[in-house]
Design a binder for this molecule. Structure first.
Ligand SMILES: Cc1ncc(COP(=O)(O)O)c(C=O)c1O
Length: 392
């Protein structure tokens, strides 16, 4: 490529924002800007923008990081879920058990892959699927269990894994928010995305490992499934047997080389960032303890929480959200409506009151600013604005 002029390096600063924003990606990218721009420039130099070497390199690094046999880069977390479910060849009426308290994509992917979402309630402590409710929801039509590792903490997988094995079902992990999270499953520490048949990750920019655009990843220990996933992301083309030979119908879900290059740089920093997230979360826990009206997130003893989000339960949640906003402190409501009450799922026949814990979480959950670059002083200022709200 002929180079005429080197454009001035863009400055990575956030636009006018609250004094303590809910997210601040500029703070993360600015200190490593040189590494990031160099990686992007290498892609530009090679002029190969889709899949290729940067994607293969990132896939190996990501597989090693989580301890999975194979990792397959795709265009988004939504596509990762969709393609994982496509492996099951779901037929009309086939059921997939999942949580109603999650981002819409989890259930949307089930429908788009031809299945029917079966919602079950969550545990009040962790916001994750209640294993006892999973057991009660298995029917002859169940094909898979799809737990979501919400906010960076793995769902309890021992019992669902056992149920899946006994009934010949798949366990598919929605690990979109939990890259690098771990849990003791059957007495052994295992990473999110490596316990089930397939794990699904998102690299949406605000995730704990986020790209400069959309991106996603599938993980599996099964080499045949990995091969099929690699085909499905390129319209089912069986490249090993011949170009333009399509052995099944897939889709276009290729990961961009620029995303892979950015993600590879950021992956190197992830262990340090995760420790900082956990330290800030511990500081919040201490600062918020004893305030009546609010409860800090519960990190189960047998889980390594990566705090993609620091989500409290708050009485008068919406008023607290406004109060913080008026003081220049960002906060976020993830998620305000349990999925069983979404208009598009009306035909599934769920009623209000059917999943009381998911509905209570939708009314009480509030995510406070938490990122590795957040200073202890900002945690204290946020906690003090919370105390002010509750009058303590
Ligand atoms: C729990 C969950 N599942 C799935 C997704 C979908 O990922 P993406 O936005 O990359 O399509 C997300 C992220 O937005 C998510 O948080």
């Amino acid at each position: 490529m002929r180079r005429q002029r080197r454009p001035e390096e863009p400055k990575l600063t956030a636009e006018a924002s609250p004094s303590i924003p809910l997210y601040d990606l500029a703070r993360q990218h600015e200190p490593i800007a040189e590494e990031l721009f160099e990686a992007v420039a290498r892609v530009a130099g090679a002029q190969r923008f889709v899949l290729g070497e940067p994607v293969a390199e990132f896939e190996s690094a990501a597989a090693e990081y989580v301890g999975a046999g194979h990792a397959i880069g795709v265009a988004s977390g939504t596509d990762a879920l969709y393609l994982a479910l496509r492996l099951l060849a779901l037929e009309a009426g086939d059921e997939v058990i999942t949580s109603p308290f999650t981002f819409f994509a989890t259930a949307g992917a089930i429908v788009n892959a031809g299945g029917r979402p079966v919602f079950v309630d969550i545990e009040p402590d962790t916001f994750n699927l209640d294993p006892a409710a999973v057991a009660a929801a298995v029917t002859e039509r169940t094909r898979a269990i799809l737990p979501v590792h919400l906010f960076g903490q793995m769902a309890e997988l021992g019992p669902p894994l056992d149920i899946a094995q006994r009934h010949g079902l798949w366990l598919i992990e929605d690990a979109a928010q939990a890259f690098g999270a771990k849990a003791a499953v059957d007495g052994r520490w295992r990473a999110a995305g490596t316990v089930g048949t397939v794990g699904c990750f998102s690299f949406y920019p605000t995730k704990n490992l986020g790209g400069w655009g959309d991106g996603g990843l599938l993980t599996t220990n099964d080499s045949q499934l990995a091969e099929r996933l690699r085909r499905l992301r390129v319209h089912g083309e069986d490249y090993a047997r011949g170009r333009y030979l399509h052995t099944e119908v897939g889709t276009n879900s290729r990961l961009d080389a620029i995303q892979a290059a950015v993600l590879q740089v950021k992956l190197r920093h992830l262990p340090g960032w995760t420790e900082l997230r956990r330290a800030r979360a511990a500081l919040y826990d201490a600062e918020l303890s004893g305030i009546e009206g609010i409860s800090a997130p519960v990190a189960a003893a047998d889980r390594f929480h990566v705090y993609s989000l620091y989500t409290v339960r708050a009485e008068q949640r919406d008023a607290l959200h406004r109060h913080l906003g008026e003081r220049g402190i960002g906060s976020g409501v993830y998620y305000p409506r349990s999925l069983h009450l979404q208009p598009c799922f009306a035909e599934l026949g769920y009623q209000e009151g059917e999943f009381p814990e998911a509905e209570r979480a939708a009314a009480e959950a509030l995510s406070l600013p938490l990122y590795p670059e957040l200073s202890p002083d900002e945690v204290e200022r946020t906690a003090s604005a919370v105390r002010e709200f509750y009058g303590v």
